[in-house]
Design a protein around this ligand. Structure first.
Ligand SMILES: [Zn+2]
Length: 334
């Protein structure tokens, strides 16, 4: 392979190789100052800054928050937030919602990026204004202003001026078939956002990513980061042709036995949020049982630490996939 063309998303300029990385989506950089968390994260009313971070941080750990709530630095005369919101990486617009009444995210933007061979997405929510020219397909550069920070949401209680923040996510995408699957699975539920429904995007922890990028510099690699996360469980899915395998081929491992004998399904390692961190092809001789979806193992320490996605549950002495866990695998392989 020609070396220059093989470098993928690496950018070369005057001999310096710079890896594509995520940048902070506003001018707030307190995340990198020790002990300055309160200047960066906006907590839920009356709670600690931790409730503005990613993970099982809400309602005493039982509720999931899929992004970071980033504090505004600027206010206008009326006390409304006015910080520019910046594209976190080079990419293109995937989706824009300009009808705040249709989402608890209010006005929001989803950008699509190619990072270390993976299609990754970033989500910017509760915006007061979205740049008028933004629509799907428009290219953006890292650091480019795309919106104004705000506090839009369709929730009853809304977001107070005091709590105005940018809700920021880094996501992987589950399936193009989401709208069809959702309609069939939840016929009475509305879906105003097509495949850009939040249930079709799996969040990664942006705080960990920013800190790892800072620690490792150009050595940071998104595939390595994803695969270094703790594993919640292993599942086997009896399916061989689903979009995740193509979109996230960099997360698929090789298995010469299965490749020789014929692949009949995939063993998936899921993190606590259900992100398939790695997929291992399996042959008939390697697979047990006949079920379409099978739970192979559970990391009980991780489940105790991060139980809020409720993907697995213990019935008596046996671990099982919950309906939520099964739905995720059904959507993934639909
Ligand atoms: Zn949030």
């Amino acid at each position: 392979m020609n070396l220059l063309f093989g470098l993928g998303c690496l950018f070369i300029s005057s001999g310096v190789v710079v890896a594509a990385q995520f940048q902070l989506p506003t001018a707030n950089r307190a995340i990198f100052q020790r002990g300055a968390e309160e200047q960066f994260f906006v907590p839920t009313t009356g709670k600690e800054w931790m409730t503005g971070t990613f993970g099982c941080v809400r309602t005493d750990g039982s509720q999931f928050h899929e992004g970071l709530d980033i504090r505004c630095l600027q206010r206008d005369r009326r006390g409304e937030p006015s910080d520019p919101v910046l594209a976190s990486a080079d990419g293109s617009v995937a989706y824009v919602n300009r009808k705040p009444s249709l989402s608890n995210y209010g006005n929001y933007i989803i950008l699509r990026h190619q990072i270390d061979g993976l299609e990754a997405f970033t989500t910017y929510a509760h915006l007061s204004e979205v740049r008028p020219d933004l629509k799907p397909g428009v290219q953006v550069k890292a650091g480019e202003s795309i919106a104004v920070l705000g506090r839009t949401a369709n929730t009853g209680e809304g977001i107070s001026k005091e709590r105005a923040h940018l809700h920021f996510e880094v996501n992987l995408f589950v399936s193009e078939s989401f709208p069809v699957w959702y309609k069939k699975t939840f016929p009475k539920q509305r879906n105003d956002h097509g495949q850009w429904n939040g249930q079709n995007l799996l969040g990664l922890d942006p705080l960990e990513i920013f800190l790892e990028q800072r620690r490792l510099g150009a050595k940071f690699n998104l595939v390595q980061y994803i695969q270094s996360q703790p594993e919640l469980c292993r599942v086997f899915v009896r399916a061989t042709n689903f979009p995740w395998l193509k979109r996230y081929a960099a997360l698929v491992q090789s298995n010469p036995t299965a490749q020789r004998e014929g692949v009949i399904g995939y063993e998936l390692a899921l993190n606590f949020n259900g992100v398939p961190m790695r997929a291992i092809p399996r042959s008939a001789s390697e697979a047990k049982g006949k079920a379409k979806y099978q739970l192979l193992s559970v990391n009980e320490t991780e489940q105790r630490k991060n139980p809020c996605r409720k993907l697995v549950t213990k019935r008596g002495s046996r671990w099982e996939l919950t309906t939520q866990g099964q739905n995720l695998l059904k959507l993934l392989t639909y």
